[in-house]
Design a protein around this ligand. Structure first.
Ligand SMILES: Nc1ncnc2c1ncn2[C@@H]1O[C@H](COP(=O)(O)OP(=O)(O)OP(=O)(O)O)[C@@H](O)[C@H]1O
Ligand SMILES: [Mg+2]
Length: 249
């Protein structure tokens, strides 16, 4: 059995749309026929369950503690993907031993799926940093705000140290249009070429779209609630490129 590809979604700066993209991408990849697991790696502020309105019975902590299997904890969605929630409201983060990140990545690698989409928490702390370095493909989310760009650059810089040669791609979110997204990517690419000696690819551009907020407010995945919306089209294009790059690998 082949192991799934781990697609991490990181950003540095918080609140730039990681969870929204993770949910949309999981759904879009599932629509291309892939078996997809959406995993919540943002343990401090896990909220995939909130964005999808899920009633969580078993969470990641229970899996890591060995109380339940991944299969028992994963919740099958009617949209065709599974979700491994990050929390059930019982806390437990503090109780984790230092080896948990390695175990978490190992659990994900054994998932019976083609793709694992991992929502990685914001910041540059050891947890998001190690999860980022453990992925096969890392999508680094940025917006055109200077703080977001600086933090996305910092993620890429640490990744260059932790996992040289990693497949990192920038996704520009909340873009006014494709041109602005391309310019934002170009700025990051220039900084990476100048200071890290290696550029960074553009994974995709997702436009700012009020339908995204609406979908989250109603706890329904974007492609279900607003198929054909700008953000849905952009996320589907991103998923198609990811599926194609996997097929070519
Ligand atoms: N393309 C978009 N268009 C419009 N609004 C968006 C878009 N992407 C995300 N948002 C909005 O941005 C807000 C933050 O999104 P989200 O919670 O996914 O960010 P995050 O990076 O996961 O945050 P955190 O770092 O706190 O985990 C949400 O209110 C969401 O509706
Ligand atoms: Mg989030």
């Amino acid at each position: 059995m082949s192991t799934p590809r781990l697609i991490g979604i990181a950003s540095g700066k918080g609140g730039v749309g990681k969870t929204a993209l993770a949910v949309g991408l999981a759904q879009a990849l599932a629509r291309t026929g892939r078996r997809v697991l959406l995993a919540d790696g943002d343990l401090g502020l896990a909220n995939i369950d909130v964005q999808l309105g899920l009633a969580v019975r078993h969470d990641l902590m229970a899996v890591l503690a060995g109380n339940v299997t991944l299969r028992e904890a994963a919740l099958a969605q009617s949209e065709g993907f599974d979700v491994l929630p990050g929390r059930s409201g019982s806390g437990g983060l503090a109780a984790l031993d230092p080896g948990w990140i390695g175990r978490f990545l190992a659990v994900l690698r054994c998932a019976p799926h083609d793709e694992v989409v991992l929502d990685i928490g914001a910041g540059l702390d050891p947890v998001p940093r190690r999860l980022s370095a453990g992925c096969d493909t890392l999508l680094v989310l940025a917006t055109d705000e200077p703080t977001s760009l600086t933090d996305a650059y910092a993620v890429l810089k640490l990744l260059t140290r932790d996992a040289p040669g990693a497949d990192a791609r920038v996704v520009v979110n909340l873009a006014t249009d494709a041109g602005q997204g391309a310019r934002t990517h170009a700025a990051l690419d220039r900084a990476c070429r100048g200071f890290l000696g290696r550029g960074v690819a553009l994974g995709g551009v997702v436009r700012r779209d009020p339908q995204m907020r609406d979908a989250i407010r109603h706890q329904v995945p974007l492609l279900t609630r607003h198929p054909g919306s700008n953000a849905a089209q952009d996320i589907e294009a991103l998923a198609a490129r990811l599926a194609a790059s996997r097929a070519a690998a």
